[in-house]
Write a protein that binds this ligand. Structure first.
Ligand SMILES: N[C@@H](CCC(=O)N[C@@H](CS)C(=O)NCC(=O)O)C(=O)O
Length: 347
């Protein structure tokens, strides 16, 4: 939730959220204190007394329950927050949303779902989202799947909470659409060494087959993912696909370079959701060791990249996992998991 306006966020959420229950309990407790006592025989104060002993007991009971809920929430952070993000540091689209959430100071419960180890195929997550794609954002009963839609929702939420209506910025919207149009999947696959790509792809296919057996009612959906995995592998071998994704990226970067000659950030002199969408693309280029080819030759982007890397949102969503040696720690953790699982045939 927005820092300093903790309660405001809860009005946007749904009736089933625990905060609402806690507030309801408080309001019932307050109502009860002002109700006259019905227990005439045992109340020492008599029926006319407004704050009778029985009502006071009820308030104490409610307060202790609310206290326990709040305590649990402070300890685990998972009880009261109606906003949840299912994401992973490896997922470029998740990074976009994480930056946007950090920029707006919105608090949420974070669930890591590693797509490289097939966690996105786990039955519980798959039932929630049969495309198995990340990120998924949930606010109460409201579930949103695409990064661009989540970011626009977060933006509306922040506006609602701040109470200020900013002018409509079509530039931001246009840049968001433009950045969203570039699909990083084939670029990443075609720039990943074949032996790693094949290893991960084989592992994911085995996970899919194992999950199919675990949840036969979802078998047709898992089949779609299996077909997708085979198709992606075939496409990654096609040089035309590689060329096309590179051309599209170069075109996007040229447009960004031209824009940054005029403004500090993508849609003006302020960091906007358009930047939240774009920055992870630069981080992906760095992760694939392709800075020389795509970034260094564009001086405005180099400056911009240096600037955005200083932002706390970048550090939280990307830097923490991929800056310098941290990249090796992050990659090692996943490789270790994959090797052990493969060794013991645990999918
Ligand atoms: N259009 C979706 C794309 C999401 C997407 O492709 N996510 C990737 C990670 S960046 C993913 O979850 N891939 C796993 C899979 O497809 O099984 C969005 O904008 O969120």
């Amino acid at each position: 939730m927005i820092s300093g306006s903790h309660s405001a966020a809860h009005y946007i959420s749904d009736d089933d959220d625990a905060l609402w229950v806690a507030r309801r309990a408080i309001s019932i407790a307050i109502d009860t204190t002002s109700a006259p006592c019905r227990n005439k025989s045992t109340c020492a104060q008599g029926p006319a007394d407004k704050y009778c002993c029985q009502a006071a007991r009820r308030v104490r009971k409610f307060s202790s329950k609310i206290g326990k809920i709040c305590f649990a929430s402070r300890n685990t952070g998972k009880h009261l927050n109606p906003m949840q993000l299912y994401h992973h540091p490896y997922s470029l689209d998740s990074q976009k949303v994480r930056i946007a959430l950090e920029e707006k100071g919105i608090d949420y419960t974070s669930y890591h779902v590693n797509p490289l180890t097939g966690k996105n195929m786990n039955v519980d997550f798959f039932r929630k989202n049969p495309s198995a794609k990340l990120p998924v954002f949930q606010n109460g009963a409201h579930v949103i799947f695409r990064a661009i839609d989540i970011i626009q929702y977060i933006d509306r939420l922040a506006v609602h909470l701040s109470g200020e209506i900013p002018p409509v910025n079509t530039e931001v919207h246009q840049w968001m659409q433009k950045v969203d149009a570039w699909n990083p999947k084939m670029f990443t696959l075609t720039h990943t060494p074949v032996k790693y790509r094949t290893f991960v792809s084989k592992f994911i296919r085995r996970v899919l087959i194992a999950r199919m057996a675990e949840a036969p009612d979802l078998a047709s959906m898992y089949h779609v993912k299996l077909r997708e995995a085979y198709e992606a592998e075939d496409k990654a071998k096609d040089p035309d696909i590689m060329k096309q994704s590179e051309e599209e990226l170069n075109k996007l970067l040229d447009d960004v370079e031209a824009q940054l000659n005029k403004t500090k950030y993508l849609a003006g002199d302020e960091f906007t959701p358009a930047d939240s969408m774009f920055v992870p693309i630069l981080a992906r280029i760095t992760l694939l060791d392709l800075d020389d080819e795509y970034i260094s030759c564009r001086p405005r982007i180099v400056e911009y990249y240096t600037l955005v890397k200083q932002r706390p949102s970048y550090k939280v969503a990307i830097g923490k996992y991929f800056n310098g040696w941290k990249k090796y720690r992050t990659l090692f953790k996943t490789s270790f998991f994959l090797c052990v699982r493969t060794l013991f045939r645990k999918y």
